[in-house]
Ligand binder design. Structure first.
Ligand SMILES: [Zn+2]
Length: 94
């Protein structure tokens, strides 16, 4: 194998390595992120592709949005329990 062939093989292997990293790296980062239907902060209806609430400016990709969403869901759950006839006394024990 002469030097020119060796260099060609190395270049091809390098290109394949870069393409492989791009494909597998892209697959790893393109996992679907949970999207909010409503803003966890102000309950505004959110467009499909926004990363920021158009009403209050909340960063929908940030940790604060995740935490606020958990609080919003807890509020909804409490309201539903109240609507089902559970007394406030029972709910305070939670
Ligand atoms: Zn908002």
């Amino acid at each position: 194998m002469d030097a020119c062939t060796l260099v060609s093989v190395l270049i091809v292997l390098g290109v394949l390595l870069v393409l492989g990293l791009a494909v597998f790296g892209g697959l790893r980062t393109s996992s679907p992120r949970r999207r909010f239907e409503y803003c966890p902060s102000c309950d505004a209806t959110l467009p499909d592709r926004d990363d920021q609430c158009p009403e209050c400016g909340l960063d929908l990709l940030g940790k604060l949005a995740d935490r606020l969403e958990r609080i919003r869901l807890a509020r909804l759950e409490i309201r539903q329990l109240e609507d089902e006839g559970n007394s406030t006394r029972k709910l305070q024990a939670v």
